[in-house]
Every structure is written in structure tokens, then in C-alpha cells.
Design a protein around this ligand. Structure first.
Ligand code: ATP
Ligand code: MG
Ligand code: MG
Length: 547
């Protein structure tokens, strides 16, 4: 087989590993929301590359903003990474390094590379200038190191209110890269932190915290998304100014999906406003939602692999993700029979009260999955669509006078379609060929159509939830004048209906996905209660997207 060429990130990591570098990566989520499919890709890259090249990957919570973060998110993030099949070498928090970061900030002050600025947020923004115009130096820029140290210590001691002062790096107010125009290193936030409590009221900014945290952990490859490429020179600047262990940053294109919103802020809004049932609503792009919807970890990993690692932003067709889960479920999901839109069949020559069991294969792709016994009786349900009164040519399912195979069971022939006053078919009266059990027929005649069925007495009713994309637009942020992205929500994103399921599905618990033969892939939902089973459609059987 031809070897797949390595993506550019893997080339870089492999080259380092070949030189004997001990590969160390990290996945750095901010605990301000649940992980989504974009994060899953980042997880697969960071953990996957470390695994493949004999290295390690840390989990580091980027918890530098106490007002937006919560332990609820920390716990969910750990659960989701484990579910994806990865485990971290070390669990760390940017907040573990607050003391060290504070000491390093004082070192930069002593070196004349940082100062306390009293300007308002507004003044700082204005003073920064524009791309075509250099910025203005702050009137506080040339304070002595002693004064800066004193003020910075008093900032930490809580003497000032939020926004009264900031610590800035002293670089170049005319630098062509706007991020170099004296970037803010610390701001004052009087808020309780979910880990450090009230110890701190000054918090480091991303640009100051991230690279230094990487350096402390000796991260060899700090992999992040493309929008951080302009931050890289600043990342290097802090490390050089401090003379600390040299981590390096590498960027790849973030994952975007059609019909999918990936911003945590906007996803949070959907949850808070009740537009969805929660972070794990099966219509959400979060990892917990994919799990609830019946996706397998292997399918998510396969999807991350399939979309690859790009250097340019692009948008991936949502159909590719569905393709990946369908491929995996086809291999691993056990088959069952369920009828979603039933019409009753009475087998008139089958004895009343008789029940027999047919042995059904659980998974034709996996003999080790075994078989199960499915009851058959005189009254059945089949899909309404599997009968047509006046069918076109090549309709091989049930029609008046026609025969069809009931999957794993008998051939039946439709003798009569009983209708109600409005002309709707309410019952099909059929006869069966008693010689035709398990695939044979009494005279060797061939019958093309095979349909699924359930025994009406034995089947149980379940709520069935069918899902469509949450947004009506390929790009949910693309909206008409005067509208917002929320106007693009799909009113038909969840359709609630019913189904009649074969008895072996009774008591099925969330965490397993089944193929309902000829219907689609379905899994028990977490809303299931003893008297009220609920099943989600994971994905349809047919592919709308060709590989
Ligand atoms: P948001 O801006 O919505 O808060 P974020 O990117 O800031 O999202 P983080 O928790 O900081 O969220 O992300 C953790 C890691 O996951 C980062 O390294 C980030 O680059 C990566 N990541 C986030 N979104 C995507 C995406 N869509 N595709 C690939 N990687 C992503
Ligand atoms: Mg963020
Ligand atoms: Mg981030």
C-alpha cells in the first residue's frame, strides 16, 4: 500500500523525534464551556502526535479568566478527552504557575521591560494607534523600576480597583505588529478563582501566560490554531526576554463545519436561552452531544484523521462527519428491527395465539456478535412505505397480490388492503407460506423484496427523535440585514415521532448504538425512563455525500 504523505505538522514532529527530541505537547482548553468537534481535532493532533512519536501530552487548563470559568467545565473536559480514548501525562493549570509568572513579571520590570500603566482601557486602546499609524507612548511608560515594582506589588495586594492599573510589556509603540505595542501582561480582576480562590486579584493575559506555561512544562511543540500566528513573535519575545526554556509554537487551520456553530460563547447562549436542551443536546457540536447522539469515539477520531491538518482555513462538509460515523457503526453496531411508521399486517392463515422465534444475526460484519431470537406472531407491523397499492415497475416490496420476504422469517402475500372511510390503508390482510421460514420457499420461486417487521404484541413503543442540522445556513453567521445568527436556527432541527421496537431493545441503556435495519442508526437517549424509552437517530443509513 502507498504510504500516506505526512501532514506538515507531523513532518515537523517526526523530524524532531528523529533527532532524538523527547516530544512533549499539550492540549490547553479554557474551562469556559464544553469541548466541541473542533477541540476534538486539536486533541487528536496533540495526543495523537505525542503517542505516535513516543512523546507525552499534558492537559493544561488555561484558567486565567476567573469570571468565565468553572469546575463544571473542567470535569466535562476530562470526561470528554477520556471518552475520545486519550489520557494525559500531567494535569496542569495555568493557575499553578501564577507565583512563577508573577516572579518573572517582576524580573521583566527590573530589566526595564515592563511597566505599570495608569491609563484607562479606552486610553490604552486609542494610544495603540492603527496598522498605518504608530501608537502613542503612555505618560507612565518611563516610571523607574522601583516605582513599577512597588505599584505592581500593590496591584497584587488589592490596593486598586478593577481597571485602575495594568502591567504592560515595554516593547515598541510603533511596531508594525500591533501586538508588540506594549501588550498588557496583567489586569486587575477582583473575582474568586475556581482554584486559587481569593489569593489573586491580578490575572495574566493569554500572551504572557501561555508561552511561559509551555516553557515550564518543556513543551516542544505548542500547537494552536492559525489565528495565533501573529502572536508567535510575542510568544518568542517573552521567552527570550526571560531567558527560559525555549518552547515553540506551530499553527494549523481550525476546523470549521458547514451548518455548525463552533463559538463557545454562542453555544453557551443557546444553552442559556433554552434554544437547545443543554450542552449535550444531540444537535450541538459538542463532544458530549455527539456521545449522546450515538457517535463512537473511533468515528470522531477517524473524522479528525480524514479532514487532515491544513495550513489554510477551510470549511468541511458536515456530511463527512456523518460518513465517518456511518462507516464505523456499519462495522460495530448490532442490528435490530424497528418500525417507525407502521401499518398493521394480519397473517390470516397463521394460527391465533401462536408465537415462534426466529434466529436473527446481530451483526453480519462481526460473527462474534452472535444472534438473538425475535418473536413472530399473527399480527405484525411493517413500514407503511413498504406497501404500495399502485406501485411503479421495479417496486419489489409489498403490493396487492404480491409477495415479499419478511426479514429472517416467512414469505407473505398481500391478499387485501383494508381501508377506512377516507380511503387510508389501515390493515393488510396477508397469507404466509409455511414452507418459507428462514429463507426458503415451497417451490423454489424467487422473491426479490425483503422488508423488516415487528410482532405487534411483542414490540414496544418508544419516542424517537430525528435530528437535522441545527442551522439552515451553511455558514450560520451569514445573515440578512437586521437579523442575527440566531435567526438561522433550523425550526425542524429535532422531529419527535414514535417507533415500535423489537423486544430485545427493551432496557437498552445509553452508550450503545444500533442499526435499525433499513431505517438508520439509533441509540437510547439519556432522557429514557423505565416507562418511557427514548431513542435518538444517530445518522441515516444512506450517504448524501460521496467520498
Ligand atoms: P472559543 O474562542 O470559542 O472560546 P477557543 O479556541 O478559545 O474557543 P480553547 O478552550 O481555548 O477554545 O481551545 C483549546 C484548544 O483547542 C486550543 O488550542 C484551540 O486552538 C483548539 N481549538 C479550538 N477550536 C478549534 C477548532 N475549531 N479547530 C481546531 N482546534 C480548535
Ligand atoms: Mg477562548
Ligand atoms: Mg483559547
Amino acid at each position: 500500500a502507498k504510504e500516506k504523505s505526512l501532514n506538515f505538522l507531523e513532518e515537523i514532529v517526526k523530524e524532531a523525534a528523529d533527532r532524538g527530541v523527547a516530544i512533549q505537547t499539550r492540549f490547553p482548553p479554557e474551562p469556559n464551556g464544553y469541548l466541541h468537534i473542533g477541540h476534538a481535532k486539536s486533541i487528536c493532533i496533540n495526543f495523537g502526535l505525542a503517542q505516535k512519536y513516543g512523546g507525552k501530552c499534558n492537559l493544561r487548563f488555561d484558567d486565567t479568566n476567573p469570571t468565565k470559568e468553572d469546575v463544571e467545565y473542567v470535569d466535562s473536559i476530562k470526561r470528554d478527552i477520556r471518552w475520545l480514548g486519550f489520557d494525559w501525562a500531567l494535569e496542569r493549570y495555568a493557575s499553578d504557575y501564577f507565583d512563577q509568572l508573577y516572579e518573572w513579571a517582576k524580573e521583566l520590570i527590573r530589566k526595564g521591560l515592563a511597566y505599570v500603566d495608569d491609563q484607562t482601557q479606552e486610553q490604552i486602546r486609542e494610544g495603540r494607534g492603527t496598522v498605518s499609524e504608530p501608537g502613542k507612548e503612555s505618560p507612565w511608560r518611563n516610571r523607574s523600576a522601583e516605582e513599577n515594582l512597588d505599584l505592581f506589588e500593590r496591584m497584587k495586594a488589592g490596593e486598586f480597583a478593577d481597571g485602575e492599573k495594568v502591567l504592560r510589556a515595554k516593547i515598541d509603540m510603533a511596531h508594525p505588529n500591533m501586538l508588540f505595542r506594549d501588550p498588557i501582561m496583567y489586569r486587575i480582576i477582583h473575582a474568586r478563582h475556581h482554584r486559587t480562590g481569593d489569593k489573586w486579584c491580578i490575572y495574566p493575559m493569554y500572551d504572557y501566560a501561555h508561552g511561559q506555561s509551555d516553557s515550564i512544562e518543556h513543551i516542544t511543540h505548542s500547537i494552536c490554531t492559525l489565528e495565533f500566528d501573529v502572536h508567535r513573535p510575542l510568544y518568542d519575545w517573552f521567552i527570550q526576554a526571560l531567558g527560559i526554556w525555549p518552547s515553540h509554537q506551530y499553527e494549523f487551520a481550525r476546523l470549521n463545519l458547514t451548518y455548525t456553530m463552533m463559538s463557545k460563547r454562542k453555544l453557551l447562549k443557546l444553552v442559556q436561552e433554552g434554544a437547545v436542551m443543554g450542552w449535550d443536546d444531540p444537535r450541538m457540536p459538542t463532544i458530549c452531544a455527539l456521545r449522546r447522539k450515538g457517535y463512537t469515539p473511533a468515528s470522531v477520531r477517524a473524522f479528525a484523521e480524514m479532514v487532515g491538518v491544513a495550513k489554510r482555513d477551510n470549511v468541511i462538509d458536515l456530511g463527512k462527519m456523518e460518513y465517518c460515523v456511518r462507516e464505523d457503526l456499519n462495522k460495530v453496531a448490532e442490528r435490530r428491527m424497528a418500525v417507525l411508521n407502521p401499518v398493521k399486517v394480519t397473517v390470516t392463515n397463521y394460527p391465533e395465539g401462536k408465537v415462534e422465534y426466529f434466529e436473527c444475526v446481530n451483526n453480519p460484519e462481526d460473527p462474534s456478535a452472535g444472534t438473538r431470537q425475535v418473536p413472530f406472531s399473527r399480527e405484525l407491523y411493517i413500514e407503511r412505505d413498504d406497501f404500495m397499492e399502485n406501485p411503479p415497475k421495479k417496486f419489489f416490496r409489498l403490493q396487492p397480490g404480491g409477495e415479499v420476504r419478511l426479514r429472517y422469517a416467512y414469505l407473505i402475500k398481500c391478499e387485501e388492503a383494508v381501508k377506512d372511510a377516507e380511503g387510508n390503508v389501515v390493515e393488510l390482510r396477508c397469507t404466509y407460506d409455511p414452507q418459507s421460514g428462514g429463507g426458503s420457499s415451497s417451490d423454489g420461486r424467487r422473491v426479490k423484496g425483503v422488508i423488516h417487521w415487528v410482532s405487534a404484541r411483542h414490540a414496544f413503543e418508544a419516542e424517537i427523535r430525528l435530528f437535522n442540522p441545527l442551522f439552515t445556513k451553511e455558514n450560520p453567521d451569514d445573515c440578512e440585514e437586521g437579523q442575527t445568527w440566531e435567526d438561522n436556527l433550523n425550526p425542524e432541527s429535532m422531529i419527535v415521532t414514535k417507533g415500535w421496537l423489537e423486544p430485545s431493545l427493551a432496557g437498552a441503556e445509553p452508550g450503545r448504538t444500533f442499526q435499525f435495519e433499513r431505517v438508520g442508526y439509533f441509540c437510547p437517549d439519556t432522557d429514557t425512563t423505565p416507562g418511557h424509552p427514548v431513542f435518538n437517530r444517530t445518522v441515516t443509513l444512506k450517504d448524501s455525500w460521496a467520498k
